[in-house]
Design a protein around this ligand. Structure first.
Ligand code: PLP
Length: 388
């Protein structure tokens, strides 16, 4: 049946695809609902044992309503302190921060606040898969840089239209942590060319002891060109609560504030209020579990190596970006067959850029070690079954 003409989407929306990772996860939900046992190595989060929220004792009248559209002040203050304690530079929670309904919204609203149509945004592959869609939704042009290229050669992609460089540190899907030298280079490029450096630090706690993580805020304490985006989704194990935040120069925060006011008003007040009151308790519950997830990643990296499956360099998060080696399949065909024939779900590398079509993302955040190991064996066996 033909769709009614009045429901036709805009050209802009027609150019946007569904998020591939969510598409695969929806397939998993459907297969599980029909009784299939799926080893799920595709989810973008780690599952933690944390208490169900208890709202008794809170001022209910306040928590049921809109909050300040910069976000509940107590949570902003607590987040600013967290940043200062962890990374050094001080943050003004009243001028330089806004709490958003997830960091996805923070990234999109930042881009909307600064991009003119046709402006270019440089992103290195593998990028987090929503960045290109966010840029296109702002009528900008994503400029994707193949993963084989050195970060130190990024300058050759800068044109008169370049406005933003966006990176994800630590990186989803490789687990790479940017070195201080790499960050210094990016800050220097931003300064030299008048660009905004948008750094997504959603996984900043998922770093093994001994690995140095440097927040981008450190290299630009006055926030002249750096926007730092973060989230409570991953570090606090509460992705469904939709609490993210950004730290930036007040000039940018003021523009994002207008967008927030017109689009969502504020992040969920009751949840932000709860988090302000339980911040320390929650992070002390999740930190040891985060370290278990990072350790599980290291174990899984060993299993992949033993199975002869190469991964792109990385040591943080709970993701591994595994090579398809000698398989003749592209990453989408491989992931589809792995799911349909072997009951294992991963995310195809093509979601993270053209240069990543010989890879798949393997997430070890939710399955048991035994099932993860079986999943890796299934990947190996499908590579063998589809050799060129
Ligand atoms: N940034 C990265 C790198 C992510 O992997 C995700 C979610 O998977 C997000 C941002 C979005 O997180 P949220 O909107 O839940 O804060």
């Amino acid at each position: 049946m033909r769709a009614p003409a009045a429901t036709r989407p805009s050209r802009l929306m027609s150019s946007i695809d569904q998020a591939i990772s969510i598409k695969y996860n929806n397939l998993v939900y459907e297969l599980k609902a029909t009784g299939h046992d799926i080893i799920t190595l595709s989810l973008g989060e780690a599952f933690f044992d944390i208490p169900a929220p208890d709202f008794s004792g809170f001022d209910v009248a306040e928590l049921h309503h809109y909050s300040h559209s910069r976000g509940v002040p107590e949570l902003r203050r607590r987040l600013a302190k967290y940043y200062e304690d962890r990374f050094g530079p001080s943050v003004d929670p009243d001028q330089e921060m806004i709490i958003t309904a997830g960091s996805k919204a923070a990234i999109y609203m930042t881009l909307l606040a600064v991009l003119e149509p046709g402006d270019e945004v440089i992103m290195t592959e593998p990028f987090w898969l929503s960045y290109p869609a966010h840029v296109r939704l702002c009528r900008g042009e994503p400029v994707m840089v193949a993963h084989q290229e050195s970060l130190f050669d990024l300058e050759r992609h800068i044109t008169a239209r370049t406005r933003v460089i966006i990176i994800n540190n630590p990186n989803n899907p490789t687990g790479k942590v940017y070195t201080a030298a790499e960050l210094d280079h990016l800050h220097a490029l931003a300064t030299r060319h008048g660009l905004l450096l948008l750094v997504d630090e959603a996984y900043n706690e998922f770093v093994a002891p001994g690995t140095a993580f440097v927040s981008a805020a450190v290299g630009d304490p006055e926030r002249l060109h750096t926007v730092t985006v973060n989230s409570m989704s991953k570090n606090f194990g509460i992705s469904g609560w939709r609490i993210g935040y950004l730290i930036a120069h007040r000039r940018i925060v003021d523009e994002v504030l207008k967008l927030n006011q017109h689009l969502v008003t504020c992040a969920p007040t009751i949840l932000a209020g709860y988090l302000a009151g339980h911040f320390d308790e929650l992070i002390s519950r999740t930190r040891p579990q985060i370290q278990q997830a990072v350790a599980m990643r290291a174990t899984a990296a060993g299993w992949l190596a033993d199975a002869g499956i190469d991964t792109l360099p990385g040591e943080a998060t709970f993701y591994l970006f595994g090579s398809l080696g000698e398989s003749s399949l592209n990453s989408d065909a491989f992931a589809t067959r792995l799911l349909r024939e072997r009951g294992v779900c991963v995310v195809p590398g093509i979601a993270y850029g053209e240069s990543c079509d010989r890879h798949i993302r393997i997430s070890v955040g939710t399955e048991s070690p035994e099932r993860t190991r079986r999943g890796i064996a299934a990947i190996r066996s499908l590579i063998d079954a589809t050799r060129t």
